[in-house]
Write a protein that binds this ligand. Sequence first.
Ligand code: KIV
Length: 271
Amino acid sequence: MSVQKEVKRVTTKTLQEMKFKGERISMLTAYDFSMAKMVDAAGVDVILVGDSASNVMAGHETTLPITLDQMIYHASSVIKGTERALVVVDLPFGSYQGNSKEALTSAIRVMKETGAHSIKLEGGEEVVESIKRILSAGVPVMGHLGLTPQSIYKFGTYVVRAKEEEEANKLIHDAHLLQEAGCFAIVIEKVPAALAERVAKELTIPIIGIGAGGGVDGQVLVLHDMLGINTEFKPRFLRTYLNLFEQITGAIGNYVTDVKSRDFPNKNEQY
Ligand code: KIV
């Protein structure tokens, strides 16, 4: 008789408990079934189907071109590869900024068509009405403040945000608004560590940082960056755990050599 080990799914409540216990939250992106399976098996708490798929999967320069249909495709592949992680899906640019009804329609499509557990959207005060409307339909929402890549043409650059007092105060104000609206967590991207730590201390919901220092409740990275697949992106905050670009091109190069030299397939590799 085989004993099936039941895996307990991470929920928004689990994340809240982790914050209270001071246990750090690990979050990574994934965009497809096979990678999601590995990320989940490795014990990552939250998998983000990020709109960074626009960059690392589709090769676009920004996150702006990816569509809701494409995000749904990625998310429905990821969800099949996970047993434990909470899966969050980015609402892409243009799918929620119009008005709160449009935001709700997009969030419902994601939940219905992918089986994911929550959505993430970028912005503060400007999107609070949409967040409340999505939440009223029972869909958990993660916020995203600081460097919000969907606004890159407004910022004009990917440099550290909220270094000046005015922008830092707006970020703190927005973080409180998102918490009051009912967000279960907030990603804070590329801001000074002291500011992110202050927000994490003031708020009761988890703050997940990327380029926001170690004083927050959890960390997120883009999978392709931390695995060294995407070698062109080397910001200071990124720690690379592998050099997969080199390893994969090396392995594929060996395959090409073996095919050309007729070493592959050998007698044992045929019928
Ligand atoms: O799309 C994404 O990968 C993200 C992370 C950078 C947080 O939003």
